[in-house]
Design a protein around this ligand. Sequence first.
Ligand code: UD1
Length: 436
Amino acid sequence: MDRLVIDGGVALHGHVAVSGAKNAALPCLAAVLLSSEAVTLRHLPAVSDIRTMVKVLQALGCSAEVEKDEDGFELVVTLRADDLESHGLQAPYELVKTMRASILVLGPLLARFGRASVSLPGGCAIGARPVNMHLEALERMGAVIAIDKGYVEAHVPAGKLHGIDHTFDKVSVGATENLMMAATLATGTTVLRNAAQEPEIADLAHLLVGMGARIEGIDSPVLTIHGVAALHGCDHAVIPDRIEAGTFLCAVAAAGGDVVLDRVIPDHLRSLIDLLERLGCAFTERQGQDGMQLRIQREPNQRLRAKDVATSPYPGFPTDLQAQVMAVLTQASGISVIKETIFENRFQHAMELERLGANLRIEGHTAIVAGPSPLKGCTVMATDLRASATLVIAGLVAEGQTTVDRIYHLDRGYAGLERKLQSLGARIQRQGGGSV
Ligand code: UD1
């Protein structure tokens, strides 16, 4: 099993290019099922979750051509979903269990074929992650759904889903995506209210519009989708990964340095930039050759100020950056309170940070961080994707050597993180021989 070995205490300097967004790429891959024509997706990050989703699509009968870029950080994938029914329209447990986002194939399959069988994703390290809101809304659109032997067995007696006016009980990224995709091929108009507004949803909507879908209200909490008879192929570049970008910003904030992120959308990172500015980091934005550039500066000996933060749906502070920010706040002077409002069990990194010397207390959904704490390297274990990133950040700060075990979690969502950090001067090595 691969691990990362980090010799900490080095500030980061240089340029790093942000890869395409995993969480935009996954629904875009599922959207390919809505058309029998070829769809090309560019800037997909070369991470294991993307490979898993491509395997799900291949298991469903899609043909796939995958090309890697020079650095091996990004992929161009061309998929064609023109021979699906002979493969049984089933997304198998072996693949779905490794990645919950596989449930995103349900909406497109039901919309185009009127039936689907998708394994229920099962448990998750960061808390219960039900799909009840996906299923309830699809039922309202005319699907009949049963859970049988661990599978969601769904069919549409009328042949086609029909439009609905639906208010989600709570904001869900996945449910918004699944329903938006389903509605593109439904009869009539669907209005989705209390829809999630994450940038990845707008990216999916832009892909769907490129495929011929009629969607109004993109970037707002009310999406109106007028169903069309069929969608066609297209060529789409996914947006830069705001969580990868945010992870680099947290690494610089914690370890110090002066780094420019290339191909980033600063507007997608406002809540983090705002927080890190109040902590004491300096930011500059400018137009670069390949999109916007974002520069972050923090002198290694400059004290950071403590600050409270609470996660919430976009444009609030992302739960996917909560763990990384905790590592930063261990270096801030004073008491910071972190409130996790999206997932119930998302502080597993806290105990590992404590092993490195952080001064923390967890009370329910709240973490209290007292800083600054001098961190000292030791062996720590990654428990989930973003928790792994936090341990890497803490390792960059810690005196001596930190070994982060079980980094297969990290490889699910970061393309070549250690190689990108090496290019910024970090002393970090992968051991174990695997590669992403
Ligand atoms: C997506 C992201 C994930 C991020 C999360 C929240 C992808 C592939 N993953 O996950 O990285 O952490 O958004 O920003 O894009 N819920 C229900 N019933 C449902 C669906 C969700 O109760 O049917 C709850 C969840 O348990 C959670 C909350 O709603 O408490 C938000 O989850 P959701 O936005 O759906 O997360 P995902 O789409 O799974």
